[in-house]
Ligand binder design. Structure first.
Ligand SMILES: C[S@@+](CC[C@H](N)C(=O)[O-])C[C@H]1O[C@@H](n2cnc3c(N)ncnc32)[C@H](O)[C@@H]1O
Length: 220
């Protein structure tokens, strides 16, 4: 309780270790909230949670509540999963896919993800998962970073085409991206161009919390 209160004055780090995927992983009390950060960016809770919440709000909490299955690619501390289960009260099935076992250990210890009954976490590369799964989803949340880097596969046709196939009719993709270099806006526009406008509606929420752009795709 003391650390939580004191963190309104100054961030208090309670866990830090090196990570093969994310350089470092840190758990810190900041402004009365426990957050998870990689070396150069916030991973879970804090601004990341606000960014994805903005995207979910734009899709509509009521629409999401009626869905049956949600896929979260990139779990980390699971802040979007907390928004889904605690705030939206989503009761359907959530599948989380995460490449880094260390981060899931942190998520369970500090953020109690293992206490969410409708969540299944798979320790797997997201590209492998989308290539091999037979399941389909009403909402796919793509939130994959290695520190501030977004892997190239996210913007390439094999991954994009599989994401389209895994989406149920009237389903949504919510894709969190970072705009750091000038070329990143063009990269995002190219991503949107993969979606045929006769079959998909695409839009963006630009400059959510400075560096992030959310892309929202809806299957018609
Ligand atoms: C910004 S964090 C995710 C935050 C999370 N969605 C939340 O709401 O708190 C990005 C995550 O992507 C994971 N990641 C990176 N590359 C991946 C890959 N190829 N497959 C699955 N997860 C990956 C990282 O280990 C990290 O946990």
């Amino acid at each position: 309780m003391f650390k939580k209160l004191a963190s309104f004055l100054i961030p208090i780090n309670i866990y830090k270790r090196k990570s093969a995927v994310s350089t470092t992983l840190e758990v810190t009390w900041a402004n009365g909230e426990l957050v998870l950060d990689s070396k150069n960016t916030n991973y879970s809770y804090g601004s990341l949670q606000r960014i994805l919440r903005t995207g979910l709000k734009s899709i509509g909490f009521d629409t999401i509540q009626k869905m049956e299955s949600i896929l979260v690619l990139g779990v980390a501390g699971g802040s979007v999963i907390k928004t889904l289960t605690q705030e939206i009260r989503f009761k359907g099935k959530i599948t989380g896919v995460e490449i880094d076992p260390e981060i899931i250990a942190i998520a369970n210890t500090y953020f109690k993800l293992n206490e969410i009954p409708n969540l299944t976490i798979l320790l797997e590369d997201a590209f492998e998962f989308v290539t091999t799964t037979n399941e389909t989803f009403d909402l796919i949340i793509i939130d994959i970073f290695q520190d501030t880097t977004m892997p190239d596969f996210l913007f390439e046709a094999p991954f994009i085409n599989r994401s389209k196939e895994l989406l149920n009719p009237k389903g949504f993709i919510l894709f969190n991206t970072m705009l750091i270099q000038n070329s990143d806006s063009e990269r995002n526009q190219n991503y949107r161009n993969h979606f045929d406008t006769a079959k998909f509606n695409t839009r963006t929420i630009p400059r959510v919390e400075q560096h992030n752009e959310l892309i929202i795709i809806k299957k018609r």
